[in-house]
Design a binder for this molecule. Structure first.
Ligand code: G6P
Length: 367
């Protein structure tokens, strides 16, 4: 009903607007006296020393949070991480033992493949830490440790706010592990915690500028195929942006790592092809700029998602949607919101059933 939507036209946009609040709910209670405190996770420094490798296992949007999580945990805690879709993991006799930690990510806590991947991991002796939204769900109940995302009920089939909170939870875990393993210093730790606390404000300012994306969508909703390219964290974001677009607007789309473009995808770029480029990683900026030049030289129209201060992006892309100047490390939690808005407005423009896209279910509890 419209009352449930609190005046919004769809649950999806209502849920995107809840992001600042739910990120705060997921992060703030876990920060006490300037330190991360994950009461629900009983992993000591010694436990962490025994972990040789982490597996992150999930489906759909939660899997894409996991891809960012791999980059993040490896970068900060220097523990090798493998990330896998649950339906592949569970059937490939994964090489795991009690020397592994398996991180399961699921909004519903009921996705069948994810639940069976969890059981497989436990059977092989791994410890299972899950990042779950629905309290008391099967995955939450069967895990050794649970870190809840406090995203609240997510009604729209296309996941939005849950993804931002899954990422938030992964930041808390990665920073906590990195500190416990002595991989980062106090000053860096404090600075990133501060950055995390400022994310809700950054997303609020993105939401205030939503008309820019709405207008862009109104000019491009007839696109037949759209490419997303990014590097590092922005590659993970590209996958999620592309999935969101496919799910609700039915526009064909692919996500590619910037460096992989010339190994195939670039053959598909022609006059007028739309390419979306999240470019939030300072250390990869030059490389992304050359990727943009490559696609533009073949006629592509480029929408970049870049930080305010990024003057290079302004010069290289056709349109830039700017995000506040957050640290590149935490940028994914902020930069996914414009991609969600883009998918939303494209679908609205096309007259699609945004909250209930064809053929999709909110929670896949069958094989
Ligand atoms: C379905 C939903 C997706 C979701 C995926 C995993 O495909 O439509 O939005 O990302 O399942 O769901 P989970 O509840 O495990 O996060």
């Amino acid at each position: 009903s419209s009352a449930e939507k609190a005046g919004y036209e769809h649950f999806m946009i209502k849920e995107i607007f809840e992001e600042p609040k739910v990120i705060k709910d997921t992060i703030n209670p876990r920060i006490k006296d300037g330190k991360i405190s994950l009461d629900s996770i009983n992993l000591t420094s010694e436990d962490l020393e025994k972990i040789e490798k982490i597996y992150i296992v999930a489906c759909g949007t939660a899997y894409h949070a996991g891809v960012a999580g791999k980059y993040l945990i490896e970068k900060l805690a220097r523990i090798p991480v493998e990330v896998d879709v649950a339906s592949e993991f569970r059937y490939r006799d994964p090489i795991i033992s009690d020397k592994n930690l398996v991180i399961i990510i699921s909004q519903s806590g009921e996705t069948l493949d994810t639940l069976f991947a969890l059981r497989e991991a436990k059977k092989k002796g791994a410890r299972v830490l899950s990042i779950v939204n629905v309290v008391g769900s099967s995955i939450a109940r069967e895990s050794n440790d649970v870190l809840y995302t406090w995203a609240g009920p997510e009604i729209a089939v296309a996941s939005t706010k849950a993804y931002n909170t899954q990422l938030s939870a992964l930041y808390l875990i990665a920073l906590d592990f990195a500190m416990k393993k002595g991989r980062i210093d106090e000053e860096f730790y404090k600075r990133i915690i501060e950055e995390l606390r400022n994310i809700p404000k950054a997303i609020e300012s993105i939401l205030e500028n939503k008309e820019i994306i709405q207008k862009f969508a109104s000019e491009h909703y007839n696109a037949k195929s759209i490419f997303f390219i990014g590097r590092g964290f922005d590659y993970a974001l590209s996958m999620e942006g592309s999935l969101k677009l496919k799910e609700i607007s039915y526009i064909h789309s692919e996500a590619y790592a910037g460096g992989e473009l010339k190994h195939g995808t670039i053959a598909l770029i022609e006059e007028g092809t739309l390419v979306i480029c999240p470019m939030t990683q300072d250390d990869l900026m030059e490389k992304m700029i050359s990727n943009i030049r490559e696609v533009k030289a073949r006629g592509a129209t480029v929408l970049a998602i870049a930080k305010e201060s990024n003057k290079q992006a302004e010069k290289a892309a056709d349109v830039v949607f700017t995000i506040p100047d957050v640290d590149s490390l935490v940028a994914p939690i902020v930069a996914v919101t414009p991609l969600q808005l883009f998918a939303y407005y494209m679908a609205v423009q096309k007259g699609c059933d945004v909250d209930k896209p064809r053929n999709l279910a909110k929670s896949v509890t069958v094989e």
